[in-house]
Write a protein that binds this ligand. Structure first.
Ligand code: WT7
Length: 649
């Protein structure tokens, strides 16, 4: 195993983590595989504040998934906010729970566990008075302010189900989500702040709530003080109702399998899916993985610089760290504001020990030059994490050598919205790393590589990544559409969870994710469906047909390549191009930009009318001369025309 990076000594020393070396990792993994019920019941009883401890482990199996959702810890009762807040009051009420840094450097707020507990209770009590009840849905459409986390926890305190919608999504996307889950309440803020600019969150909420949506109340947190439109009877200021709330509001007792939240994510159709996570299993997985993978210690200052609008923010800014009683940083700005030293300025000023970000940010920063890193003191850093897309070895090495000065462990964590938490990863103190590999499965995760026909690949090889056995943190269903859940994740290989990713396993048993094999794009860590772009584009009157694929992009990981067929009489002008970007922005959101646009005479289709996306992908990758046999196309000549007009970077 010559290309392995040994775990740095300072990461190994003094860890309270149960998994401190590779032997112990293997022992835990073997126990979790042999007796999942026993293993996870023991872990959850030790780690989670249950009101009634569960005696049941897993009910049902992947083979019976069509009959109904999986159940973990089915007879347990709890409210997960007691794990995240109440139980810490006696032991560490004055410890900082949330450390917030605003858009402007040094604009900071802290909330201790005692303060956070009181604020969550007051907010829950205010929401209760606005009519929100157990099992009802609240949409949270906010920026990165502590109140976003408070709103999530306040819903959870009532047993209500939150669905956070990333602040970059458009009014149409927000409205679709409000409608899909029949939300009663929307929680938003006047404006968001990001990189010196403002984001009109309340105005977008107003647009999303026009017409019939069923939204009864909109709770508005004041962040910037900008004037906003007001709908009397519906809109309520946070500062008018939260301060009067009950600061000791008792938590509502929930069943282990009550939904905790819905998070919408893109798949291979134009309609995003509301992935449902439930209370008991999710909080167990969030707590366990956050403690073990990052090797969490009591005095850590932990920073995950994702957005709460994505699953990373849910599990590794809010639920995992708070369940572990950690100090978790919330960051409102971007890595490039006011300059590309911002992350390391944060590390120096706050003494950050664990830092978790995405490969796209690492690549963007590496391109800005090492001096932006080296002018800050990073000696507190111990563990560096990455998530969201495959990390190329060059970026991995830059993170290790330049940011971590060769002293820190890198954890390349592979997981998905649907998995709830980390599944393939090094465990910081235990696992020797290889640049570019997510290394080994977490205890309880049994990966299986398959051929497209479903044949098992044993030993080294490359195939489709599946998981063989249920684990507590995984999504249970798609909101309102269990059939779609079953078809999407269990339809390809019955009895197996199919991830949608391709993956290699090397001779040491290490896993190397090669990327999505379906029609999902991963652009700067944002997951988007090609079908969402296509349906946005064809909604423009000028466009007859569109096919969208990804292409390798040096910073973003993947870029968006759109092939469009114009309506007759139309020509590509700057105006038309603006219109196309505009429809993507209004239908999806500000983060949905087409990077390359090519007008083509027609799309390559089979005689049965199916677009051969494989060819389009090859051409977008600049490999148009490796198309192979195109004779099954209805009109093979379109390929030549597409190849000739292909857009290059
Ligand atoms: C997809 C899931 C998990 C939170 C952020 C993304 C890709 C994620 C890695 C990694 C290679 C990765 C996969 C996966 N992905 N982490 N460490 N190495 N690829 O969550 O939006 O649900 O996207 O992100 O393709 O399927 P998501």
């Amino acid at each position: 195993m010559t290309d392995l990076h040994a775990v740095p000594a300072r990461v190994r020393a003094g860890s309270p983590n149960p998994i401190t070396d590779l032997d112990r990792y293997r022992e835990h993994a073997a126990r979790a595989a042999a007796n999942p019920d026993g293993f996870w019941l023991e872990e959850t009883r030790r780690r989670v504040a249950w009101r009634t401890e569960p005696t049941q482990g897993l009910a049902s199996s992947f083979h019976d998934i069509a009959q109904g959702p999986l159940s973990w810890f089915g007879d347990g009762r709890l409210n997960i906010t007691e794990s995240c807040l109440d139980r810490h009051l006696a032991t560490q009420g004055d410890k900082v729970a949330i450390l917030w840094e605003g858009d402007e450097p040094g604009d900071c707020r802290t909330l201790t566990y005692r303060e956070l507990h009181a604020e969550v209770c007051r907010t829950a009590s205010a929401l209760q008075r606005l009519g929100l009840k157990r099992g009802e849905r609240a949409i949270i459409y906010m920026g990165m302010v502590p109140e976003a986390a408070i709103a999530m926890l306040a819903c959870a305190r009532l047993g209500a189900i939150h669905s956070v919608v990333f602040g970059g999504f458009s009014a149409e996307a927000l409205r679709d989500r409000i409608r899909d889950c029949s939300a009663e309440v929307v929680i938003t803020q006047d404006e968001g702040r990001r990189a010196g600019r403002t984001i009109p969150l309340k105005a977008t909420t107003d647009l999303a709530c026009t017409g019939e949506t069923g939204v009864k109340k909109v709770l508005v947190y004041r962040r910037t003080g900008a004037p906003v439109e007001w709908t009397e009877g519906r809109d309520v200021w946070w500062h008018d109702v939260v301060p009067q709330g009950d600061a000791a509001l008792p938590a509502t007792e929930c069943a282990a399998e009550d939904p905790l939240f819905i998070l919408y994510t893109s798949g291979s159709t134009g309609r995003p899916k509301g992935v449902v996570h439930t209370c008991g299993g999710y909080i167990t997985w969030a707590q366990y993985t956050h403690r073990t993978v990052f090797d969490l210690r009591d005095d850590d200052v932990y920073a995950c610089v994702a957005d709460v609008g994505w699953i990373t923010g849910h599990t590794y800014i809010v639920y995992g760290p708070l369940a572990n009683g950690a100090t978790t940083l919330m960051f409102e700005s971007t890595p490039l504001y006011p300059d590309s030293g911002r992350y390391w300025d944060l590390v120096q000023r706050h003494g950050i020990t664990i830092f978790y970000t995405a490969p796209t940010a690492i690549r963007a920063l590496a391109a800005c030059g090492d001096e932006h890193v080296s002018r800050y003191d990073r000696s507190t850093l111990r563990v560096l994490g990455t998530v969201g897309e495959p990390i190329n070895p060059e970026a991995w090495n830059w993170y290790y050598d330049v940011v971590g000065e060769g002293r820190c462990n890198i954890v390349d964590t592979w997981w998905q919205t649907e998995t709830g938490g980390i599944c393939l990863t090094p465990i910081a103190p235990a696992t020797p790393t290889k640049p570019g590999s997510a290394t080994l499965p977490m205890p309880g995760i049994l990966p299986s590589l398959r051929t497209p026909e479903g044949r098992v690949i044993r030993g080294p090889g490359e195939g489709l990544l599946c998981i063989e056995q249920p684990w507590p943190g995984q999504a249970r269903t798609v909101w309102g559409d269990h059939e779609r859940f079953v078809a999407t994740y269990f339809g390809m290989f019955p009895g197996l969870y199919f991830t949608g990713d391709g993956c290699k396993r090397d001779a040491d048993g290490y896993y190397w994710i090669t990327g999505r094999v379906d029609d999902v794009l991963n652009v700067s860590g944002h997951r988007m469906g090609t079908a969402e772009f296509e349906s946005a584009l064809v909604s423009s009157e000028a466009i007859a047909e569109a096919a969208v694929v990804g292409f390798p992009h040096p910073i973003k990981g993947q870029g968006v390549y759109a092939y469009v067929v114009l309506q007759s009489g139309q020509a590509l002008t700057d105006d038309l191009e603006q219109t196309m970007q505009g429809v993507c922005r209004t239908r999806i959101g500000a983060h949905a930009r087409v990077d390359r646009l090519q007008v083509v005479p027609g799309l390559p289709k089979t005689r049965s009318g199916k677009v051969m996306r494989r060819l389009l992908r090859k051409i977008a990758e600049g490999r148009g001369d490796e198309l192979g046999d195109v004779s099954t196309l209805a009109d093979p000549t379109v390929v030549d025309a597409i190849r000739a007009g292909a857009q290059r970077g």
